[in-house]
Design a protein around this ligand. Structure first.
Ligand SMILES: [Zn+2]
Ligand SMILES: [Zn+2]
Length: 137
């Protein structure tokens, strides 16, 4: 169902159908930018360009670049310096919602949590506390 929205990029009203989040003319100019960025990146010497460099060279915005990486239109496997900000710390990442270090932190927190849970379960299971005593030996 179409709904009237204002374009976050130029402020014009447009029919939002869930496919595009900007108006038709902005979508079109974004497509042009995408082609430009893609052409820029296809050159061997630009493969490892950082986002700042791409913004400088093509006039695309960081937001656009993040979006394209997220949607898989620009592949970090081919262009190692591309990514989008981690949900947690804002550092660039190329997969998932969180960067590597946040993912690691989260999983170690999770492990600690699991370990604590197992411990509590073990304690409550062994009413006499022999489980703990056995473990300490
Ligand atoms: Zn627009
Ligand atoms: Zn992070």
């Amino acid at each position: 169902m179409a709904e009237l929205k204002d374009c976050p990029s130029c402020g014009a009203f447009f029919n939002y159908t869930g496919i595009r989040d900007v108006c038709a003319s902005c979508a079109q100019s974004e497509e042009k930018k995408y082609e430009e960025v893609y052409r820029f990146l296809r050159r061997r010497e630009n493969r490892a360009a950082t986002i700042e460099r791409i913004v400088e060279a093509t006039g695309a915005t960081e937001t656009m670049l993040h979006k394209w990486v997220r949607k898989g239109r620009l592949q970090p496997a081919l262009f190692p310096n591309l990514g989008y900000p981690c949900d947690n710390c804002g550092k660039l990442t190329a997969q998932g919602k969180l960067c590597d270090s946040c993912t690691q932190e989260l999983s170690s927190e999770l492990r600690q949590f699991e370990a604590a849970k197992e411990f509590r379960e073990a304690v409550s299971k062994s009413e006499t506390g022999t489980y703990l005593a056995d473990k300490r030996k």
